[in-house]
Write a protein that binds this ligand. Structure first.
Ligand SMILES: [Zn+2]
Length: 268
């Protein structure tokens, strides 16, 4: 098996992603722990970003008479848009030729070997760029510390899903990054990959009927999310589990949430 080309492509994509994060200050103290602002990064590279109803394409990197541009479909959930955006940004940063991408970019990964080796090197490089740009090791480490998640916790699909929400990547892309970062092993990843996000979401809100989970995420928020910026979709659900103890001054006021437009359906 010819492993060398993929390894070289992964290294090239990784280095470009880490360099851009450093140049944009994304890995600095204040920004650490927040999901990487990929759309902002494209803007700061002076690359016009357009959203269109593309189907079946997810996105494309364009260059018209030397002028770069990135186009993304509106017909996908935010996590997939963000990954596509990072992949197209990779094409730009790595000086690739214009390229259009369909949803195979979401399914493939270097550790699946086989067909992956037959991909053009530019695609392998853009994939690696996207993974390292959205899911850098420092972001995973920071979130694990903040949430008190150990590698053992991350052997559970529901915790991996909560990590995926906070980094703004798909469940699958998050699993891949956890293996890469040696938090979980490849065998655990294979097991966890069988879990369906729809099942995980429904398990979090057993008393609530969700017709379609495709465009809805279910956030499990605790005190450990205090101060974090939660970038949620408009239909997302929040399960808030907080300690309440009037003797020690822990009293929560939910009126503010309702005033901010949140619908409340129950408190446990
Ligand atoms: Zn591509």
């Amino acid at each position: 098996m010819a492993k060398a080309p993929a390894r070289a492509a992964v290294l090239k994509g990784m280095r470009a992603a880490l360099r851009l994060q450093r140049d944009l200050g994304l890995d600095q103290a204040g920004a650490r722990g927040h999901r990487v602002d990929v759309f902002g990064a494209i803007y700061r590279q002076n690359v016009p970003l357009l959203f269109r109803k593309l189907e079946p394409l997810l996105g494309a990197y364009l260059r018209e008479e030397g002028n770069p541009g990135i186009i993304l479909t509106t017909r996908r959930p935010l996590g997939q848009q963000r990954f596509t955006a990072a992949h197209e940004l990779g094409h730009h940063v790595l000086n690739h030729d214009p390229h259009a991408d369909d949803d195979s970019i979401l399914r493939r990964s270097p550790d699946l070997a086989g067909d992956y080796m037959n991909l053009p090197p530019a695609e392998q490089e853009a994939d690696a760029f996207a993974s390292y740009f959205l899911l850098p090791d420092w972001l995973i480490t920071t979130l694990m510390q903040r949430q008190h998640w150990t590698p053992q916790h991350l052997q559970h699909s529901d915790i991996v899903y909560q990590l995926a929400l906070r980094v703004g990547a798909s469940y699958r892309a998050t699993l891949y990054a956890l293996v890469r970062n040696k938090v979980i092993g490849a065998g655990i990843r294979q097991q966890l990959a069988k879990a369906q996000p729809a099942t995980i979401k429904r398990a979090l809100v057993p008393d609530h009927t969700i017709e379609s989970t495709q465009n809805i995420d279910v956030w499990h928020l605790t005190e450990r999310d205090e101060g974090a910026v939660i970038e949620a979709g408009r239909d997302d659900l929040f399960v808030v589990k907080l300690r309440e103890d009037s003797n020690s001054g822990y009293l929560w006021n939910f009126d503010e949430l309702q005033n901010a437009g949140f619908a409340r359906w129950s408190f446990i």
